[in-house]
Design a protein around this ligand. Sequence first.
Ligand SMILES: Cc1cc2nc3c(=O)[nH]c(=O)nc-3n(C[C@H](O)[C@H](O)[C@H](O)COP(=O)(O)O)c2cc1C
Length: 160
Amino acid sequence: MKLFLPAQTILLPSPVLIIGTYGSDGRPNIMNASWGGIASSKPPCISVSLREATLTYHNIKQAGAFTVNIPSEKYFKEADFVGMVSGRDCDKFKQTGLTPEKSKLVNAPIVKEFPYSLECNLVRQIDLGPLNAIWSGRLILACIQCSLEKLSEWSLIARF
Ligand SMILES: Cc1cc2nc3c(=O)[nH]c(=O)nc-3n(C[C@H](O)[C@H](O)[C@H](O)COP(=O)(O)O)c2cc1C
């Protein structure tokens, strides 16, 4: 038996992508975005779909860059929190105790405590009606916390 449902945004499992940006005042911000993933391999691009109501939407537009940060399991509460409140209303780094760190190559912060961050430069904004846009970013650098034992495994993956 198959169940047929009206159109709605069901695509599971959904990733937990923490998007890091700077505001026009240089203030770092993070938000949770599940509507995103790999957009292309050559060039390597990531896309995220953001509502116009988010501060992150406007930060990316203005700064031309964003980071995608993947939290480890122990930060699930912080990851949830940054998806529930807007950076317009509070400093989410202060509230969570997470640390913003300047990324190496793009104009957006990474989350120091998270093991995996991707630095992206904006390549295209695709509007989806008045409320949403897809932001496609070219992956410039991947920053991965890695033990010496795991280094060889990552080097293998990096060849592909
Ligand atoms: C698990 C989860 C996933 C979310 N995914 C998205 C998303 O993909 N796109 C979006 O626009 N908002 C998404 N949100 C809502 C934003 O994270 C939320 O509106 C946030 O407050 C925006 O922060 P900002 O205003 O500081 O940018 C998600 C929230 C949660 C908790």
